[in-house]
Design a protein around this ligand. Structure first.
Ligand code: ADP
Ligand code: MG
Length: 247
């Protein structure tokens, strides 16, 4: 299948990946339609973050088989910077500190050609809702920030950079209920307004009560073992992942 003849934006085929010599993804297939919100759920250790990290091109992960196409291009061998330029934004489960680089400097580097004044204008606009204080904007990205503040910083970058697709790895972790609702609703609005595609990776369904997916896929043991609509997230909230652990 090629994306040029369909409305697909992300096409993953037979993806096998290792970290530190351990096989984590074991032949994963996934197709995501442009502009859609899709959820990946699964128990701890099932390979969710590995998938996000492999999609971002993070060093240390080895793709041993399969391919990843994004917007009709094979990105399997691309660097993280090239993937970003192609329109992919990956918000990490545990955003790292980048001492010595302010958020504006990071966003400038990620969007060549966009004038600094324009970036600052967008930051101010997004920050009306996100309320990240000036002092957090003036220090190195995420330096000494709490888990929740880091998640706000990720969403700030996502909305300012305005990429075609966002992959959110456990956006809910480290957030209280109010912050989760705010961030999830801002992502949902960006998807609706600008057609941004969202792949929301999460253990719990509460994120998906605001960021409502059209499809839910269950990842267990490095493969998608079940797929359904939003009702599947509700079902998993009450049953947990026990039924899949035997697979
Ligand atoms: P999830 O995000 O679904 O909780 P991960 O993708 O983080 O799962 O982890 C999948 C599996 O890979 C787990 O068994 C985990 O212990 C292992 N793993 C993850 N990162 C590393 C690493 N850096 N070195 C070795 N094993 C790892
Ligand atoms: Mg994880």
């Amino acid at each position: 299948m090629t994306n040029s003849t369909s409305n697909g934006i992300l096409h993953i085929e037979g993806l096998c990946a290792q970290i530190s010599g351990k096989d984590v993804l074991k032949g994963l297939d996934l197709d995501v339609q442009k502009g859609s919100i899709v959820a990946i759920m699964g128990p701890n250790g099932s390979g969710k973050s590995t998938l996000a990290n492999v999609l971002s091109g993070k060093p240390g992960y080895e793709i041993t088989a399969g391919k990843i196409e994004f917007n009709g291009r094979d990105i399997t061998e691309m660097s993280p910077t090239e993937r970003g330029q192609a329109g992919l934004f990956v918000a990490s489960q545990y955003p790292l500190e980048i001492p010595g680089v302010t958020p504006i400097e990071l966003m400038s580097a990620a969007s060549p050609g966009v004038p600094r004044e324009e970036l600052i204008r967008r930051v101010d606009l997004v920050n009306k809702e996100l309320s990240i204080t000036d002092s957090l904007m003036e220090r190195g990205v995420n330096v000494d920030l709490s888990g929740g503040e880091r998640k706000r910083m990720e969403i700030l970058q996502l909305l300012v950079l305005n990429k075609a697709m966002a992959i959110l790895d456990e956006l809910d972790s480290g957030l209280d209920v109010d912050a989760l609702e705010l961030l999830a609703s801002m992502v949902a609005k960006a998807s609706k307004d600008s057609g941004m595609t969202v792949l929301a990776i999460t253990h719990y369904s509460r994120l998906l009560e605001v960021l409502i997916p059209s499809e839910v896929h269950v990842l267990v043991g490095g493969n998608i073992v079940r797929s359904g609509g939003p009702e599947l997230a509700v079902e998993l909230e009450s049953t947990g992942y026990k039924e899949f652990e035997k697979i």
